[in-house]
Write a protein that binds this ligand. Structure first.
Ligand code: ATP
Ligand code: MG
Length: 167
């Protein structure tokens, strides 16, 4: 397939714009923290698939925040090796024993808060598969029920050939 060098900052910004439009949200309700320095966060992969993954995570963040949506996205580099995208919402949150399960096929967290919100349980299964296809990973964490959720996608950092040329 079409593997290209992808600027994650602009891909995430595009997905945020799409999500804001789709859900008719005030623009300030989904923010992307500015990336420090002049570094460009590139990964190698299939842009269409990564867009699908990020849109699914943003869609969940909106959907599982029934009392008002405030989503903070950030991009960071770790170990000069990984790009980490974090999407933090102010929604229904998760108990620790669900952090892994929510990525399995057709799985939905049981309970009343979730039952009111429709879904098939496929979104995060797809997100994790796309992360794996890129040599990365998808994880979840939350301070607890009612306290919001953070979904992270880590992807290998790629260096554009031009800037990798010595001299
Ligand atoms: P689909 O995405 O297929 O329409 P879905 O949203 O239920 O359905 P997933 O996106 O795979 O499925 O998410 C799995 C489950 O994880 C959800 O049903 C929900 O219980 C929980 N979940 C996902 N994202 C969040 C979030 N941001 N906050 C709280 N719970 C979440
Ligand atoms: Mg979903």
């Amino acid at each position: 397939q079409n593997r290209t060098l992808i600027n994650m900052e602009s891909l995430v910004a595009d997905c945020i714009a799409i999500t804001i439009q789709r859900h008719n949200l005030p623009a300030e309700n989904i923010t992307l923290e500015p990336i420090p320095g002049v570094i460009r966060l590139y990964t190698q992969g299939i842009a269409e698939d990564l867009r699908t993954a990020v849109l699914n995570v943003l869609d969940n963040a909106v959907k599982y925040s029934p009392d008002g949506v405030h989503i903070r996205c950030s991009l960071a580099i770790s170990n000069y090796t990984w790009i980490a995208l974090r999407v933090t919402d102010t929604g229904v949150g998760l108990p620790a024993n669900q952090f892994k399960r929510i990525f399995t096929r057709f799985y939905r967290v049981p309970g009343r808060a979730m039952a009111k919100i429709k879904g098939t349980g496929l979104g995060l299964f797809l997100v994790r598969n796309i992360a794996h296809q890129h040599g990365g990973e998808a994880t979840a964490t939350s301070p607890g029920p009612g306290l919001g959720t953070t979904i992270s996608i880590t992807l290998p950092l790629a260096t554009p050939a031009s800037s990798a040329t010595p001299g």
